[in-house]
Unconditional design. Structure first.
Length: 554
């Protein structure tokens, strides 16, 4: 437990306290009331869902910057300000323009949009028209570490690859999540010009096809580099589509395998092999482009050690959400994002308050990075990772705060990334101080490790940890797994992720659990900041082999 002297104490009381073991000291813990105040403001209707580039998100960013300033934290953004402006290109699909057809011989079949397929806006150009042969590439995975090469013996140069959604269940959770995130990159590196992904029965169980249709009008964003070109994505990929399995079945008629046979293999945990298809696809669409800007907010607590103060522990959370809902079934159109991620932001601000009030500042500096456009593809974090406001080699670790579900008094945590570096022991010690256990990932199929901002720094070689509230409740009357699952199914990315609705269904928001979550993350960051040896990737870690080669050093 960390302590600080109470304010206004007299010299006599100080002397008296010294004689009886510093009884006048008070524990430096997170305050549930402060977390409540931050969360209630950030999740309010007035911020209109904090969509990237919106007025509501700018208000949230101004609020966060003012909190940092009030705590005495130094600005660490652009031009000695708290803001790092992220230039973005917004691409909006013209729905009536989307066409997808399959041709075999002299027969052409036109698919209906969006019942049989859907597509996204294109970032690189406003109009796309691609016709090319099709090659089935199974899951579309390549990994030397797991002896996977779905492209072996296949020529996809100038062609459109057809891949299965999801990943083999046999892969470890976090490695599985990463490999799933680079499918497009793998296709582009092998010369493919387009990707068609087939929705599978396994995916339908976790992410129904119909749910994706709620986001058809959502613009696609990319951050822009100094030349004004998209800084992320795969520029060689000109077109893409996501295909309903009923519409995909005809592609595999009279081929080496039927789609039903392939799905049966998936059900048996077998890995299908790829093969050339005898059809070609034509995919065309039009998109409108707009340039916008949205800020990251960056603040610094200077470290106290003359040598270590130039190294930084990075604490991240995203301030954006998804704005207004397109769901015509709901009268409430504001996606307030109370748990996602006003809760994480409230905890970051309270963590910053605790660091600012430490009587003895940590040896390393603490860099608070509040990022935008997480919901649009981790864009604010990725921009920071490519344009860090402090040298990348001086960023020693990342502690990320995203969507703690504060609806029950959690008794365990899932620590994504902790097992890949020396951060594992740090996390276990911090959790144990609060009587909290650590559990394995209960939902590996959700690929959570790659779906939050820390992963952009992992790809730069920075060890990171991201804690999720576990499924065990301290209250025997509350089933944590049932509540978490209910929240994810009914309220995640919906207008009902607001304080009033959640409180009515689950009882009052557990700001006390938020304080425990804050204390654990605070102590993780404090331990990293004060330990002479910076965190190291484990030698046998998959992510060390992929990203950490140039990071580890004694």
């Amino acid at each position: 437990m960390l302590y600080k002297l109470t304010s206004g104490v007299t010299l006599a009381l100080l002397l008296s306290a010294c004689s009886v073991g510093n009884q006048s000291e008070q524990p430096l813990n997170a305050r549930p009331a402060a977390i409540a105040a931050h969360l209630q403001f950030l999740a309010s209707d007035e911020l209109e869902g904090r969509d990237t580039g919106s007025r509501g998100h700018q208000i949230a960013s101004n609020y966060i910057a003012s909190q940092f300033q009030a705590l005495g934290l130094a600005p660490a953004g652009d031009n000695n300000s708290y803001f790092q402006q992220v230039p973005l290109r917004s691409a909006r699909l013209q729905q009536e323009s989307v066409k997808l057809s399959f041709q075999r011989g002299d027969q052409t079949r036109q698919l209906s949009y969006p019942q049989q397929f859907f597509s996204g806006a294109t970032i690189g150009q406003t109009e796309v028209a691609v016709t090319a042969p099709l090659v089935f590439v199974s899951y579309g995975l390549v990994s030397e570490e797991f002896a996977l090469d779905d492209y072996a013996g296949l020529d996809v140069e100038g062609k459109i690859v057809v891949q299965l959604a999801g990943l083999p269940a046999s892969l470890p959770s976090e490695e599985r999540a990463y490999l799933g995130s680079i499918k497009g990159k793998l296709a582009a590196e092998r010369g493919a010009i387009g990707v068609i992904t087939i929705h599978t029965p396994q995916q339908e169980k976790t992410r129904p096809y119909a749910n994706s249709l709620l986001y058809l009008n959502t613009p696609r964003l990319a951050w822009l580099n100094a030349e004004g070109e998209p800084g992320n994505g795969n520029s060689k990929l000109q077109a893409g589509a996501y295909l309903h399995p009923d519409a995909a079945a005809s592609l595999f008629e009279q081929e080496q395998q039927s789609l039903a046979d392939i799905f049966s293999m998936l059900e048996a945990d077998q890995h299908p092999r790829g093969f050339e298809l005898s059809s070609e696809a034509g995919l065309s669409s039009a998109s409108s482009h707009q340039q916008i800007s949205s800020p990251n907010v960056v603040a610094l607590l200077q470290g106290s050690d003359p040598d270590l103060r130039n190294e930084y522990v990075v604490i991240t959370a995203h301030s954006d959400h998804i704005g207004f809902s397109n769901d015509l079934r709901s009268d409430d159109k504001i996606n307030n994002g109370a748990m996602d991620n006003a809760a994480g932001m409230a905890i970051l601000l309270e963590t910053a308050r605790m660091f600012s009030e430490l009587a003895v500042k940590p040896k390393r500096s603490i860099l608070f990075v509040v990022v935008t456009a997480e919901e649009r593809g981790l864009l604010g974090a990725d921009y920071f990772a490519h344009n860090p406001t402090r040298p990348m080699q001086s960023l020693v670790a990342n502690v990320n705060l995203d969507m703690p579900v504060l609806l029950y008094p959690f008794a365990d945590l899932i620590a994504f990334g902790a097992n890949h570096s020396t951060l594992g022991d740090v996390v276990a010690n911090a959790a144990a101080k609060e009587g909290i256990a650590l559990s394995a990932d209960p939902m590996p199929e959700q690929a959570i490790f790659t779906r939050s901002d820390h992963f952009t720094l992992v790809k730069q070689g920075v060890p990171a940890v991201f804690l999720m509230t576990g499924f065990t409740s301290k209250d025997p009357q509350q089933d944590g797994a049932k509540i978490w699952g209910s929240f994810f199914a009914k309220h995640y990315h919906k207008p009902s992720d607001d304080i009033a609705t959640l409180s009515e269904e689950y009882g009052p928001i557990r700001y006390d659990a938020g304080a425990v979550f804050a204390d654990i993350n605070f102590n993780i960051a404090l331990d990293i900041a004060n330990t002479p040896q910076r965190p190291l990737w484990k030698a046998d870690s998959f992510f060390n082999k992929v990203f950490g080669k140039d990071y580890n050093r004694q």
